[in-house]
Design a protein around this ligand. Structure first.
Ligand code: ADP
Ligand code: MG
Length: 468
């Protein structure tokens, strides 16, 4: 299937070719026709599967074929001039968007806005703006004065403008809830309900979420009408293009040494390092800078301007390593990120999946490394149960954990090698070790540092470990 067969407007096709999109992803193949058919949708598919274009392309298609009389052609400035010409008084009119996309975070909203600009590059008269918390009020008024067709917003800030009458949703045709599960996690449920109530019942509703169960499913039932359900692959699906490994560390110093070593991998282009706290994000970024890396921190305590600048610097390659907390990193889509590090494990197993999904974007390969204290074995197990996969342990010569490998094996109920069938029975039986060369060897032959993840290699290193 191609984008042509989806029947998209030539101006959209041109923009897609320019963006390097040749074939629609599975979620796009299913969602685009359904959206054009005016269906409500409930979609779950893994991160990086192209959900933005799945709802944006058909929406743009509709705008592209809309008669001019139905477009939000007049900006407030033009209205003001027209009023003056009539000799009448001008009053600020509420913005009347036709499409609203609600997202949990500001970063995600900006990402959607810029993806939209990219897809709509050759379509004229379609205005998209993002209304976000943390943005100065005059700037928001200026944006709303454009009377945008498409509004991308975080729920809290949108509510403020609804209450003050600056935004009127009575002409809304399409409502998109992106990362709905996350918005509910963040406590936006009441805001979402209020926003939905302000929209006409005739609207089309498209809901995207990692899961469609539980609270999300209940809300979906209330706000959609006989929706088509699209489940591409659950969030627990195996991220096959992302190589996951685990390093055991003895203490903080050991953890930092390993991180420093791995960040010097020649295969690393840009990396995202996740910490548990804002303070750790700052302090890890600081010592990485001292160690000679170009690193920056990103977390919820930073002003929006600083957050945007940091992401822009990462996107442009001026920052190589971003050290972030979960809240700030959600939804980041930067294809040049080759490595994700869990400096601290996430609190919830779902977040592990979201974190590692920051690499391996758009079908590229990625590397996800977790640095884990021996005491955190339980958390590792919870993650492994959730992803239904065992994360291979990696040991680098010169950086071995002090805890004897046999100890780790015993704790992790490692099965005897050789019983090939058993390896597939339970997660813990699939455990295998990988050993990489130490720093000296790597310097002499960097290409050998490539992953040693083939079965035979891991089995033999495992045997070596058993014999040790
Ligand atoms: P999701 O919302 O599912 O996590 P995104 O919409 O952010 O995914 O898309 C992930 C990445 O894939 C982006 O870099 C986007 O530009 C790219 N992408 C989306 N659709 C296609 C496609 N059909 N072909 C190539 N790249 C695509
Ligand atoms: Mg998305």
């Amino acid at each position: 299937m191609t984008f042509e067969t989806l029947g998209l407007h030539p101006a959209i096709l041109k923009a897609l070719t320019e963006a390097g999109y040749s074939t629609p992803t599975p979620v796009q193949q299913q969602a685009v026709p359904a959206v054009l058919d005016n269906q409500d949708l409930l979609v779950s598919s893994k991160t990086g599967s192209g959900k933005t274009a799945a709802f944006m392309l058909p929406a743009l298609q509709r705008f592209a074929t809309l008669p001019d009389t139905e477009k939000n052609t007049k900006t407030q400035n033009q209205e003001r001039q027209a009023a003056r010409a009539r000799g009448g008084a001008f009053r600020f009119k509420a913005a009347t968007p036709k499409m609203l996309i609600l997202t949990p975070t500001r970063e995600l909203a900006l990402q959607i806005t810029s993806a939209t600009a990219q897809y709509a590059k050759y379509l004229s008269h379609i205005r998209t703006v993002a209304i976000l918390g943390g943005m100065p009020y005059p700037k928001q008024m200026q944006l709303l004065a454009k009377n945008p067709d498409i509004l991308v917003a975080t729920p809290g800030r949108l509510i403020d403008h609804l209450h003050s009458g600056k935004i009127d949703l009575s002409a809304l045709q399409t409502l998109v809830l992106d990362e709905a599960d996350r918005m509910l996690d963040m406590g936006f449920i009441d805001d979402i309900e209020t926003i939905v109530k302000a929209t006409p019942d005739t609207r089309q509703t498209l809901l995207f979420s990692a899961t469609l169960d539980g609270v999300v499913g209940k809300m979906a039932e209330r706000i959609t009408r006989s929706p088509q359900i699209i489940r591409i692959a659950s969030v627990t699906s195996k991220h096959e293009n992302i190589m996951q490994t685990l390093h055991f560390v003895d203490d903080l110093a050991h953890k930092n040494r390993i991180l420093d070593h791995l960040l010097r991998d020649v295969a690393l282009n840009q990396a995202l390092v996740f910490t548990a706290t804002k303070r750790d994000a700052d302090s890890v970024a600081d010592w990485l800078n001292i160690a000679g890396f170009s690193a920056a921190a990103l977390h919820g305590d930073m002003h929006q301007g600083a957050r945007n600048r940091t992401l822009e610097n990462l996107r442009r390659g001026r920052v190589k390593i971003l050290v972030a907390t979960d809240v700030a990193a959600r939804g980041i889509d930067i294809p040049s990120i080759t490595h994700v590090f869990n400096y601290d494990l996430p609190k919830f197993p779902e977040d592990y999946v979201h974190r590692i999904g920051r690499t391996g974007r758009a079908g590229k390969n990625g590397m996800a490394v977790s640095l884990v204290n021996h005491a955190e074995n339980k958390n590792v197990k919870r993650i492994e149960r959730f992803i239904k996969q065992v994360i291979p342990i990696n040991i680098i010569e010169g950086f071995e954990p002090k805890n004897a490998i046999e100890e780790i094996q015993k704790k992790r109920k490692f099965h005897k090698p050789g019983s090939g069938k058993k390896r597939h029975q339970s997660p813990s039986s699939q455990r295998h070790f990988m050993t990489n060369q130490g720093p000296a060897e790597r310097r002499s032959n960097p290409s050998r540092h490539k992953r040693s993840d083939t079965r035979s290699q891991s089995q033999s290193s495992h045997r070596r470990a058993q014999a040790a």
